[in-house]
Design a protein around this ligand. Structure first.
Ligand code: ZN
Length: 100
């Protein structure tokens, strides 16, 4: 074999090779890069979609109180926009603003 000439490095940084003496099985574990994956919600609270490029946190007024709910990318953006508009319009029509 031509391997002798081009020796592989014993310590590969990306792959960890463990040799278990009992079973003689070589276990190869790949190290994960970056952040650990976030816990994904089951489905979007609004449209029930299960696949989305990004999960977002939306706020819905349930029983008079704002509740944090998992939303898909589209619903999350829509919700954020609606909230922004809602807050602004409420400020504009607030009694204090009208009186002053
Ligand atoms: Zn959705």
């Amino acid at each position: 074999m031509a391997r002798g000439k081009y020796k592989r490095r014993a310590t590969n940084r990306k792959v960890v090779v463990k040799e278990e003496p009992a079973t003689n099985i070589i276990v190869v574990e790949k190290r994960k890069k970056g952040r650990p994956p976030k816990e994904k919600p089951e489905a979007c609270h609004v449209c029930r979609v299960r696949a989305t490029p990004e999960w977002r946190n939306g706020w819905l007024d349930l029983k008079g109180t704002s509740t944090k709910v998992p939303m898909c990318n589209a619903c999350g953006l829509h919700n954020a926009k609606q909230r922004k508009i809602g807050i602004i319009s409420r400020e504009q029509h607030s009694i204090q603003k009208l009186l002053n």
